[in-house]
Design a protein around this ligand. Structure first.
Ligand code: NAD
Ligand code: DAU
Length: 357
């Protein structure tokens, strides 16, 4: 087993987003001796409602700001003397990256470089443990055929503006490690699902549309495959890697849980119809095959044997349980779904989906 590190002051970026909010909750629960600062600019995807239950925790501070703001990032390092950074802030939606790549390059690449420089400057003379933890995605490895899994040795082959911006940021993190000796870890995770995911992503979008009896836009023939992981399991993997991962190492994280999109949509219809007391399968008629995503990656699947062997981590719950709990959460939190999807998002949805058909 690897040695345990402890951190007194942790900068979490993007903590008001989907995964970030679960990471903050997990760290506050698991590490009562660590202070956390959440730096988030609150894009459409960031929402302080996701953190209502922790906002008065004395170990938690929120700062609204951009990771590209050098002055602010420097000031925060000076003030809080961070000994770790858990970097999640990013533009994260593939379809948006196809429409507007520049925002992805700015936040995901330049924002990461700004944080790396701040950590390098602050930690150049530091004694004791330091860790810059970069949260990345399995999409950097490209697209699989019917066989095989992504390992940590799979060559990078990103194919969308989103995944290439994430791949670039992974390269920068490794470059700062090799060139300047910055202590780092990276993890590359598969598709997450669970509470508080912005409903532009497949699972919450489908749940909302089934609830509202709106068309269910399945891209192409619905045969693309994703490997789904419960977001709280991702958060617990991040906690383990931060505290016990090897300096310079990369860890793949996945659910060993591959689903064809169309099969997953059928499953969601089954669960939502049952929860709403509708006749079984009554929402099947809503399925609408639409124009495929440009450059749509066919299949992602993760080999997570390194994190299991080194850190003893593996997913804690079955997809059956996790998906039922997720459907339940969105149906019980209709207000959250409706508030985050009003205004600007509605405009985005109307534009994106009017182009498909
Ligand atoms: P998200 O879009 O839900 O949240 C991103 C958060 O980052 C938001 O709170 C947003 O306000 C904030 N943010 C964006 N630009 C910022 C900036 N310039 N400065 C400060 N804050 C900014 O994303 P998510 O799904 O929670 O993903 C979090 C991280 O995990 C991302 O780095 C993503 O690439 C990675 N990841 C996501 C998944 C997934 O399935 N969602 C899987 C693997 C890896
Ligand atoms: O693999 C990890 C990645 O997973 C993360 O890095 C990304 O941040 C995250 O957004 C996710 O990317 P995907 O593109 O796989 O997720 P999304 O939910 O957008 O789509 C999942 C699959 O469903 C994909 O094959 C496209 C398809 N899809 C998606 C939407 C939104 C549809 O068929 N219809 C839809 O309306």
């Amino acid at each position: 087993m690897n040695n345990m590190r402890n951190f007194k002051s942790i900068l979490v970026t993007g903590g008001a987003g989907f995964i970030g909010s679960h990471v903050i909750r997990t760290l506050l629960q698991q590490r009562p001796d660590s202070k956390l600062v959440n730096l988030d600019v609150l894009t459409y995807a960031g929402n302080l409602e996701n953190l209502r239950d922790v906002e008065t925790n004395p170990n938690y501070t929120f700062v609204k700001g951009d990771i590209q703001d050098k002055g602010l990032v420097h000031e925060l390092f000076e003030k809080h003397r961070f000994d770790a950074v858990v970097h999640l802030a990013a533009e994260s939606h593939v379809d948006r990256s196809i429409e507007n790549p520049m925002a992805f390059l700015e936040t995901n690449i330049l924002g990461t470089a700004t944080l790396l420089n701040a950590a390098k400057n602050a930690w150049s003379e530091a004694e004791g443990d330091r860790c810059f933890y970069h949260i990345s995605t399995d999409e950097v490895y490209g697209s699989l055929g019917d066989e095989g899994l992504f390992t940590e040795q799979t060559p990078y082959d990103p194919r969308s503006p989103y995944s290439s911006s994430k791949a670039s940021s992974d390269h920068l993190v490794r470059a700062w490690h090799h060139t300047y000796g910055l202590p780092i870890v990276i993890s590359n995770c598969s598709n997450n699902y669970g509470a508080h995911q912005f409903p532009e992503k497949l699972i919450p979008l489908m749940i909302r549309n089934i609830r509202d009896e709106r068309p269910l836009p399945v891209y192409g023939e619905g045969v693309n495959v994703r490997d789904w992981l419960w977001v709280e399991d991702h958060a617990s993997a991040i906690d383990e890697i931060l505290h016990r991962g090897q300096n310079g190492q990369t860890y793949n994280i996945g659910g060993l849980n591959e689903w064809k999109n169309i099969d997953l949509v059928h499953e969601l219809i089954r669960l939502v119809d049952a929860s709403l007391g509708r006749e079984a399968g009554s929402s099947m008629k809503l399925i609408t095959f639409v124009t495929d995503r440009a450059g749509h990656d066919m299949r992602y699947a993760i080999d997570a044997s390194r994190i299991e062997a080194e850190l003893g981590w593996k997913p804690s719950i079955t997809f059956e349980k996790g998906l039922a709990a997720t459907v339940d959460w969105y149906l019980k939190n209709g207000e959250w779904l409706d508030s985050v999807t009003s205004g600007q998002y509605q405009q985005y949805y109307d534009t994106m989906y009017s182009n498909r058909g």
